[in-house]
Design a protein around this ligand. Structure first.
Ligand SMILES: [Zn+2]
Length: 59
């Protein structure tokens, strides 16, 4: 299973100084705020991909 989701910013402090954690795959550590967190892919949304810039809902 290849689960490679790399965050660009810390979700807590917004810093970019992230490094993979030794806790396992999907786990990251922020050197700026000293937090560790884990990313987890939950699956695709049932509603699929929608265009958000469509204006009103004419359906
Ligand atoms: Zn942080």
């Amino acid at each position: 299973m290849s689960e490679r989701a790399a965050p660009f910013y810390c979700p807590y402090c917004g810093d970019e100084d992230l490094r993979p954690s030794e806790e396992g795959h999907g786990a990251w550590e922020c050197a700026a705020c000293n937090r560790a967190f884990r990313l987890k892919f939950l699956g695709l949304l049932a509603r699929g991909v929608q265009r958000a810039d469509d204006g009103g809902d004419a359906a």
